[in-house]
Design a protein around this ligand. Structure first.
Ligand code: S3P
Length: 425
């Protein structure tokens, strides 16, 4: 290996992306004025702000991370005068589809070239069964989606893939239905929607793998603080975990149990990771995370663990490249249809840097540790998490690893490069 620096310090990462999207979207539907602090000021979440504004909800930025939202009520939105552009944001278009399917008007929603290749039938089909009319490209599979919403029926839906976005879209549409909506998950996924809608007065219940929402007339406004995003923290957790002698503190991170799979994996790989000052803030668990690097060993990541670390697979591949031995991830076919094909992207980039690795249809294996070749530009494929993962690998290995396009990082983590460069090795 090249010289491996150790990292020490204390950081605060930007607000949680999933919670930020939901906070602005749901608050706009409430029956009063809401305040959201700690909002993620990034391209993806700002697309949800723009969507709600285009539907007639007053959303004002008091500062980049503080929003004042005038709730128009569940039935107070109006028809947008133009196409809604979700940019790169799967959460905006998928949860947004659930909302638009319930509105008595026409909406067209699209996104950037990457989003327009991502599968939408998983939301279109059940929303159509509820009574909405939705058209999309190639047999209603891909954006743009044209949605004529209206009166919805309650349904029971078994999701073929584990997806918090799909679950959220259906629960949101369920608020408007004539009878309850029940969604059954193949594996548990992040429950931010359930927590937030319950806190706003909606009636939700869970029985085993099924979540039921009752129709609602009103949501209460919120005054909430968004915790730091564990998916953003993960880049730094891996950086410190893989370098013996490191000690890093990440303050105020959301540690929802459906989001902490990467922490469990890093602990299994040998890292010491502690949660301090654990508390519940606005219904979400929050903690200060302390990580001490001790060198890592390869592990197997099982299919049932995947939803809890779905966005962390690229950075866990980096951990695997820095670890001793073989790491294998299976049951992660969903990664093929994220912002990029993340299995293909990580395998190609790691191979180019000299890391021994290979693909499965539903995952990949990585054998470490490898000497990381410097002077190579990796391809981000327009995917923020691929770009950040490769930059972390370069920093961890003390090698000069470039990335061809890093503008995509702004979709979830503006300021990432400065934070990475600011950490002293
Ligand atoms: C998200 C759910 C996950 C995740 C995405 C955010 C959400 O997607 O990958 O980054 O906020 O609900 P899926 O619903 O496709 O699993």
């Amino acid at each position: 290996m090249s010289r491996r620096p150790a990292f020490r310090g204390e950081i605060v990462v930007p607000g949680d992306k999933s919670i930020s999207h939901r906070a602005v979207l749901f608050a706009a539907l409430s029956g009063g004025g809401s305040r959201v602090r700690g909002f993620l000021d990034a391209e993806d979440t700002n697309r949800t702000v723009a969507m709600m504004q285009s539907l007639g909800a007053p959303v004002e930025k008091v500062s980049p991370t503080e929003l004042r939202i005038g709730g128009v009520g569940l039935r107070g939105l109006s028809e947008p005068s133009d196409v809604i552009d979700a940019g790169n944001s799967g959460t905006t278009i998928r949860i947004g589809s659930g909302l638009l399917a319930a509105q008595p008007f026409l909406s067209v929603i699209t996104g950037d070239p990457y989003l327009r290749r991502r599968p939408m039938a998983r939301v279109v089909r059940p929303l159509t069964l509820m009574g909405a009319s939705i058209w999309g490209r190639e047999g209603n599979q891909f954006p743009p989606l044209c949605i004529r919403g209206g009166a919805l029926k309650g349904i029971r839906h078994e999701m073929p893939v584990a997806s918090a976005q799909v679950k959220s879209a259906l629960l949101l549409a369920g608020l408007y239905a004539d009878s309850p909506v029940t969604v059954t998950e193949p594996l548990p996924t992040r429950d931010h929607t359930e927590r937030m809608l319950s806190a706003m007065g909606a009636s939700l219940s869970r029985e085993g793998a099924s979540i039921t929402v009752a129709p609602a007339d009103r949501l209460d406004p919120v005054d909430r603080v968004v915790p730091g995003d564990i998916s953003s923290a993960a880049f730094f957790l891996v950086l410190a975990a893989a370098a013996p002698g490191s000690e890093l503190v990440v303050r105020n991170v959301g540690v929802n149990p459906f989001r902490t799979g990467a922490v469990d994996v890093l602990r299994r790989m040998g890292a010491e990771i502690l949660f301090g000052n654990e508390r519940l803030e606005c219904g979400e668990p929050v903690a200060d995370i302390v990580v001490r690097g001790r060198g890592l060993t390869g592990v197997r990541i099982a299919p049932e663990e995947v939803p809890g670390l779905i966005d962390e697979v690229p950075i866990l591949c980096v951990a695997a490249a820095l670890a001793d031995g073989r790491t294998e991830i299976r049951g992660a076919a969903e990664l093929r249809v994220k912002e990029s094909d993340r299995i293909g992207a990580m395998a190609a980039n790691l191979s180019a840097l000299g890391v021994s690795c290979g693909e499965y249809p539903d995952g990949l294996w990585v054998e470490g540790p490898s000497r990381i070749r410097g002077g190579i530009a990796c391809g981000s494929r327009g995917d923020h998490r691929i770009a950040m993962s490769m930059l972390v690998l370069g920093k961890a290995a003390g090698s000069d690893v470039g990335v061809d396009d890093t503008a995509c990082i702004d979709t979830s983590f503006p300021g990432f490069r400065a934070m990475l460069e600011g950490l002293s090795g």
